[in-house]
Ligand binder design. Sequence first.
Ligand code: PMP
Length: 449
Amino acid sequence: MNNAELVKRDLSVVWHPCTKMKDHEWLPMIPIRRAEGIWLEDYDGRRYLDAVSSWWVNLFGHAHPYINAAVQQQAQTLEHVMLAGFTHQAVVELSERLVRLTPAGLERCFYADNGSAAVEVALKMSFHYWRNNGRAGKTKFITLENSYHGETLGALAVGNVQLYKDTYAPLLMQTISVPSPDCFYRQPGESCASYSERMFQPMREALERHAEEVCAVIVEPLVQCAGGMRMYDPVYLKLLRAACDEFGVHLIADEIAVGFGRTGTLFACEQAAVSPDFLCLSKGLTGGYLPLSVVLTGDNIYQAFYDDYGSLRAFLHSHSYTGNALACSAALATLDLFEQNDTLAANRSLAAAMAAATADLGDHPQVAEVRQTGMILAIEMVKNKLERTPYPWQERRGLRVYEHGLANGMLLRPLGNVVYFMPPYIIEPDQIAMMADVARQGIDKAVAD
Ligand code: PMP
């Protein structure tokens, strides 16, 4: 088997996610034969450094011997059992550990099998909670501009990246969207903290005006990832938590992308010392091995559904693969690796190395900003640095960086004009230097005409 053979077969039967399939008339599809550590290897023996953790899921590298062993062991004993009326050791242990590790007050774990499904669960639970408490008039959600929460209709409705959403607008529930605290738009000389604080005003006004009809506010804590790795200050989350309490509205923290150490702390909410009413986790939860997601919530929410059969107050949501045992075993092994290696401390030096390796890019004439939160670093290409005018999306500048990356052994997958690194935590300093070099050359190429 070589690349060409498998690609030919692929293109006759597979429809790829988030892909303009016609691009593959000229853009190479990369068939991966095997992966190990930070490297992906194709059928022609070429290797690619996975600088984006395969869509932000991989934490400790591919084919990790410890996670492999845990999944293999689990497969020998129990691969899956339905989670209604049945349970198993892996899901119980995982729930106990997640309750211990997540911010205070999150005491119950409800599982699903992907990030979007977790968002759907949180939205439905919040709405249903209010209904069970005699507040059926609460039917709406407040969201931030430029946010992303997934692709299913409910998750798409509470997101705000127009590229993914506009086409389906007639199918989506109405939401209340307020400006983002995204620090890219701060005034020259203004700190990120003061901008994020200032941008809380419209959120406060929306809460004041709509509290009676609003179930919850949903946010991606600290980094709006799919929206171009746009970042904001923890002060916003602090103010939001206080205002949600004041106005009787839930706070849903979607840490599907930022959870498990990406922002420097295990969970981004910790940096604001807040506990959400619902915490959505997925992606890194299984170390990038298997699809699994979870919504954690507090006992007050749980009790609103705890009643006799006849009251019809129960949460009847389900997915066939809820709490899959193989996925739970991968998640348990992933949590072990965090403990065994003091990953968060080690990541602080890696984050500093990423900053140092890209520091010069801040002066690049076509780079508006190099920004970083923990292990997420983003470089924003612009047409005009002073005015921060973006390149028109039709020019597909990011795609040129992607192509340059592939030609040079690197998987970078820019979001529009934003080149970013979100590598697995096993990345080494010389690989960080290489990542920055390939990005720098790719950016030079992408802005050359
Ligand atoms: N929320 C956020 C913040 C995400 O980044 C994503 C995925 N990129 C999702 C939800 C959706 O997760 P999934 O792709 O597993 O449905």
